[in-house]
Write a protein that binds this ligand. Structure first.
Ligand SMILES: [Zn+2]
Length: 335
């Protein structure tokens, strides 16, 4: 599966390695934003911004879960929609691309969402039957929203890991830096997996939370990449000293009031590891949900746009721009 088909390989100039399409019940049920994104919106956003290609995955919770429990901040299986966690959402995304908007298949590289802690064998059955019908190019895991630690992929999630290996599918994890209250998405556990499975490729999303040591460590692995998903509001968070990303002396030095300058500094220091991605539509984030399951609701209101995410590339040019704009992403996708 590692090689992209010719129709996707053509004219790649700017590849967004982190974007979502679909419906997000968790944010909808807690009056958060954004809670949905249609593939047509993504396509038009991308055309307007000069993004030629995009990795796209569903949003991060599943209608297979119990909705009232989810509204109270707890993930529990209800099993009425779909045959496994994310089976419905994954099929929905693939049918949007290949049946409703077939012209879009030249732009989008779909990844399938996983729940690494629950019903892995059922998920593998659902994914295998989707793979018989449609092409997809990787897998996405959101440990915080699924309430499943990264390490569960090597435990109860093992059948999913074997599926990834058998089909040579890279895995992109939502991830958190060591000081984050999110203990489920720790990058150290992604690096444990990368060491244990050198034949698999991993992406730790969200710029290592700007934590310098963690980024340096991730960059030492040949099979680990790091993306810039939602980095503009990431810089806002540092300026506002919200405890979401590293804001103290352990952060990568830079002027965080100027996100493109921070982006360029990271690109310069980690030219083979860093990949540009927007997190569309979650480059903007308004939420009242707790930072950790069962915790106190945390009000966060952070705004960005595709223009602002594209502006992150302002200070990178030439060979380095090509690397962060698409070449590193192609290495991650194809190996
Ligand atoms: Zn995301």
């Amino acid at each position: 599966m590692a090689k992209l088909p010719a129709y996707l390989r053509r004219d790649i100039r700017l590849l967004d390695v982190h974007s979502h399409s679909g419906f997000e019940p968790l944010l909808y049920l807690t009056h958060g934003f954004p809670f949905c994104q249609s593939l047509r919106n993504s396509f038009e956003d991308n055309e307007r911004s000069g993004i030629t290609h995009a990795v796209v995955f569903p949003l991060c919770t599943s209608l297979y879960y119990d909705l009232p429990a989810m509204q109270r901040g707890k993930i529990k299986l209800e099993r009425r929609i779909g045959t496994a966690p994310f089976a419905f959402e994954n099929e929905h995304l693939l049918r949007q691309i290949y049946e409703i908007f077939p012209d879009y298949k030249r732009m989008f590289m779909p990844f399938m969402m996983l729940d690494t802690a629950r019903e892995a064998k059922k998920q593998v059955r659902a994914l295998s039957s989707l793979l018989d019908r449609f092409r997809f190019y990787g897998l996405k895991v959101h440990p915080r929203t699924t309430q499943a630690a990264v390490s569960t992929l090597g435990g109860p999630g093992r059948p999913l890991l074997d599926f990834a290996r058998a089909n040579d599918l890279p895995i992109l994890f939502h991830s958190a830096y060591p000081g984050s209250p999110d203990r489920l998405s720790q990058i150290s556990q992604i690096l444990d997996l990368a060491r244990a499975y050198p034949g698999l490729r991993f992406c730790a999303a969200h710029f290592c939370g700007f934590h310098q040591k963690t980024f340096e460590e991730a960059a030492r692995y040949d099979n680990v990449w790091v993306d810039s998903g939602a980095m503009s509001i990431g810089c806002d968070v540092v300026v506002q000293k919200l405890k979401i990303y590293e804001a103290g002396p352990a952060k990568i030095p830079g002027d965080y009031r100027d996100p493109p300058a921070v982006f360029a500094e990271i690109a310069r220091r980690f030219p083979d590891t860093f990949m540009w991605g927007t997190d569309n539509p979650a480059h903007t984030w308004v939420s009242s949900s707790p930072a950790k399951p069962g915790g106190k609701p945390q009000r966060v209101e952070l705004w960005s746009s595709m223009d602002r995410e594209k502006r992150l590339l302002r200070d990178v040019s030439g060979a380095l721009r090509r690397k962060v704009a698409f070449e590193n992403a192609l290495d991650f996708l194809e190996g």
